[in-house]
Write a protein that binds this ligand. Structure first.
Ligand code: AMP
Length: 147
């Protein structure tokens, strides 16, 4: 079996994400693979028909979220020794952006947590499930439990 060469770690900075980070780091070390990381800031709704109006200041909120996310992601990259060109901060749908960046960088393995911010109601969280269904490379869902 060929070793993995480029691993993409999707991190949501939610509880237990450290377990996912450690698993991806260990795999990258074991396979001597490049490790890239991605965090996606969810798009805020600009309009919502149920509220009727455009939400003001959405751009400001988005840039504050992006700025905070950038600090956390850069710190994590520094801790893991990941260079800037392998550190991806994106805005949009987490599932779509994780898949898009994985294809862009030719990742051969995506590492996600089985669950994150979207809770434990499903067997697999919605982002993890979406990535698993649509990715063109292998996906490792690190089992996280709510107990
Ligand atoms: P979920 O399916 O949302 O419960 O999350 C499962 C996993 O998907 C998390 O443990 C992360 O690995 C990944 N993930 C979820 N949301 C994001 C995000 N905004 N940015 C990067 N990865 C994410």
């Amino acid at each position: 079996m060929q070793n993995y060469q480029h691993i993409l770690l999707a991190v949501d900075f939610f509880e237990q994400s450290q377990l996912v980070i450690e698993k991806a780091k260990n795999l990258a070390d074991k396979y001597q693979a490049i490790l890239s990381i991605i965090h996606v800031v969810d798009n805020l709704p600009v309009t919502d028909t149920s509220y009727g109006a455009t939400i003001p200041f959405d751009m400001d909120l988005t840039s504050i979220l992006m700025e905070n996310a950038k600090k956390r992601l850069n710190q994590l990259a520094k801790d893991l020794g990941i260079p800037e060109q392998n550190t991806h901060l994106e805005l949009g749908s987490p599932k779509s952006e994780i898949i898009r960046i994985a294809e862009d960088i030719n990742a051969d393995l995506i590492v996600v947590g089985s669950h994150g911010r979207h809770g434990f109601a499903l067997l697999l969280g919605s982002t993890a499930n979406g990535v698993l269904h649509h990715a063109t490379c292998d996906v490792l869902a690190v089992r996280l439990s709510d107990d």
